[in-house]
Design a protein around this ligand. Structure first.
Ligand SMILES: [Zn+2]
Length: 88
């Protein structure tokens, strides 16, 4: 159902309105003004974007930390030790 949040710019009254295709121009139920500001429910979108941005930042810092290279070096070190112990 297309329910929109509106705020009246005259009396600052906020209300929800069901908007249909054949609905008349919405008016403030408090002061009957038609100077309405449609409030976008953009909070979910913006917080999602923020989370994505911080995730990207986390990935970049993880990559920059060089942990992967350390792991590889550790694996090489382990193999060398194995060879020394058993190859002898
Ligand atoms: Zn109003």
């Amino acid at each position: 159902m297309p329910i929109y949040d509106y705020r009246c710019t005259r009396c600052a009254h906020e209300f929800e309105l069901l908007v249909l295709r054949n609905s008349p121009v919405p008016a403030c139920p408090s002061c009957d003004s038609q100077d309405l500001e449609q409030l976008l429910s953009g909070f979910a979108v913006s917080s999602e974007g923020t989370r994505q941005a911080s995730l990207d930042k986390f990935r970049r810092s993880y990559k920059a930390s060089g942990q992967r290279r350390d792991e590889q070096a550790a694996a090489v070190e382990y193999e060398k030790k194995e060879r020394e112990e058993h190859g002898g």
